[in-house]
Design a protein around this ligand. Structure first.
Ligand SMILES: [Zn+2]
Length: 391
C-alpha cells in the first residue's frame, strides 16, 4: 500500500478481544492518536497504554511514625512538593476510578508515585475492570476520601486499592490525609494500609529507561492501521469449536485475529502520498489504474469515440479505467484528475488523434509522453507492472 517504510509493529493491549498477546501495526506520523514508546537500543516497541520501563531501585528506609501536616491549598503534586520541599518521587498520587469488575460496579483507588502518570489501561487490566471512568467527587467522598487530598488510609472496606509496585517498594511517602488542607507524612504500604493488589501502573514516557536494555526510550505518534491478536483457545473452548487430533481426540482450535483498518489506511495512504494538487495514489491501492481525459468533451467529433475505444481495449486487459467525458474546460478536467490522483492519465485530443497518438502522464511524474494508440495498451500494462513493483 506504499506505507511499508513508515509502518512498525508494536506490542499492544489485548483489550476486549482478550488472548495472550497482541500487536498493532502503526503508521508513524505526527497526526496519529496513539503514543508509542520505541527503544533504539534493542528494538523494543510498545503502545504507551502497556509499555514497560526499567524500575529505579527504591531503597527501603526505616518506617517513620505517620504524621499529619497542614498543607493549605496544596491540591496538586507540584504545589505539595514545593510546599514541603520534597521531590515529587517521594509523594504518592491518588487516582479515583470506578469500573465494572465481574459484573459489579466497584470503586477503584489507584496510587502511583507523584512523578508518574497512571496508565488507565494497566489499571483496568490489573483490576480486571471494564467500562472504567473517573469517579465523581460525590463518589470519592462516599468512600471516605477527599478529592485533592486522597489517601487509602481509612477508606471504605469494599474499595479496591491498587498500588503501583514503585509505591509499594518505597518508604515514608507523602500522601493525602482525606481531609481538606492536610497530608500525611511517612506513609508505608503494608503498615498504614493494605493494598488489594500491587501492579505496574505507570504510563511510560520518553526518556525513561528501556526495561530490556536500559537505553532511553523515545516516543512517537502513530495511527493504528492493523492489528493481530493471539486468541489461543479463549473463544474456541467456549464455542466448542474443536478438531480431531491424530489420535482422534477432540481439541479446541487455536485462533488468531487479523484486523485491517480500511478507513484509517486510506487516510494514511493519502497522508503519505499527496502533493499540493491532490492525491497521488500508489497503483497498488488506486481506485482506477487509468484516468482518461477527453479534451473537448463531445466536440470535435471523434475524440469521445476514440476514448471509448481505448477504454474498451484497456479493460479487455483488466486495466481499470475512469473516463472523464464531461462537457468541461480542459483545465478543470486536468485539475480534477490531479485532485483524484489516479496514477496514469491519458489525454485524448483531436490534434493527437490526427497523428494516431494520445498523451500519457504519470501522476507522480512531470513528464508527458506522446504514445501511438497502437502501442498504448502495452505501454499502460508496463506502467502498471512497474508501479506495482515499486511497493
Ligand atoms: Zn531496549
Amino acid at each position: 500500500m506504499g506505507l511499508a517504510a513508515q509502518v512498525v509493529s508494536v506490542e499492544s493491549d489485548t483489550g476486549m478481544m482478550g488472548g495472550t498477546g497482541a500487536h498493532e501495526f502503526m503508521y508513524l506520523n505526527p497526526v496519529g492518536e496513539d503514543t508509542l514508546l520505541i527503544c533504539n537500543g534493542c528494538g523494543y516497541r510498545a503502545n504507551r497504554q502497556i509499555a514497560v520501563c526499567r524500575k529505579d531501585d527504591a531503597t527501603k528506609e526505616t518506617p517513620e511514625p505517620l504524621r499529619e501536616v497542614a498543607t493549605p491549598g496544596c491540591t496538586t503534586i507540584e504545589d505539595l512538593a514545593r510546599f514541603l520541599d520534597v521531590p515529587a518521587s517521594r509523594t504518592a498520587k491518588a487516582v479515583f476510578m470506578t469500573g465494572s469488575i465481574q459484573g459489579e460496579e466497584r470503586f477503584i483507588f489507584a496510587l502511583v508515585r507523584g512523578d508518574h502518570e497512571l496508565s488507565e489501561t494497566k489499571l483496568a487490566n490489573a483490576a480486571g475492570a471494564v467500562e472504567m471512568r473517573p469517579a465523581t467527587e460525590d463518589e470519592i467522598r462516599a468512600i471516605g476520601a477527599e478529592p485533592g487530598y486522597g489517601s487509602p488510609i481509612g477508606v471504605a472496606e469494599d474499595t479496591m486499592v491498587i498500588v503501583d509496585e514503585r509505591v509499594a517498594a518505597s518508604s515514608n511517602l507523602v500522601s493525602g490525609a482525606n481531609k481538606v488542607d492536610y497530608h500525611c507524612l511517612n506513609v508505608n504500604v503494608g503498615r498504614d494500609f493494605e493494598a488489594d493488589l500491587v501492579a505496574d501502573l505507570v504510563a511510560v514516557e520518553a526518556g525513561m529507561p528501556c526495561a530490556s536494555c536500559g537505553a532511553l526510550l523515545q516516543s512517537a505518534r502513530g495511527v493504528e492501521v492493523g492489528n493481530i491478536f493471539k486468541l489461543g483457545t479463549r473463544y474456541s473452548e467456549k464455542l466448542g469449536a474443536n478438531y480431531l487430533d491424530e489420535n482422534g481426540k477432540a481439541r479446541p482450535l487455536v485462533m488468531g485475529s487479523y484486523g485491517i483498518g480500511v478507513g484509517r489506511l486510506l487516510a494514511c495512504v493519502i497522508e503519505e502520498h499527496h502533493d499540493d494538487q491532490g492525491i497521488v495514489w500508489p497503483i497498488s491501492v488506486a481506485p482506477f489504474h487509468v484516468h482518461i481525459v477527453v479534451l473537448s468533451g463531445n466536440r470535435p467529433k471523434g475524440e469521445l469515440e476514440a476514448a471509448e475505444q481505448i477504454c474498451r481495449d484497456l479493460e479487455a486487459e483488466k486495466i481499470e479505467v475512469l473516463l472523464d467525458d464531461r462537457d468541461e474546460r480542459a483545465g478543470v478536467k486536468f485539475n480534477d484528475a490531479d485532485l483524484i490522483g489516479i496514477p496514469i492519465r491519458i489525454t485524448v485530443g483531436s490534434r493527437g488523434l490526427a497523428r494516431g497518438e494520445v498523451e500519457v502522464k504519470m501522476r507522480n511524474e512531470q513528464e508527458r509522453n506522446n504514445v501511438a494508440i497502437d502501442a498504448l495498451t502495452g505501454h499502460v500494462k508496463d506502467a502498471v507492472r512497474k508501479g506495482q513493483k515499486a511497493y
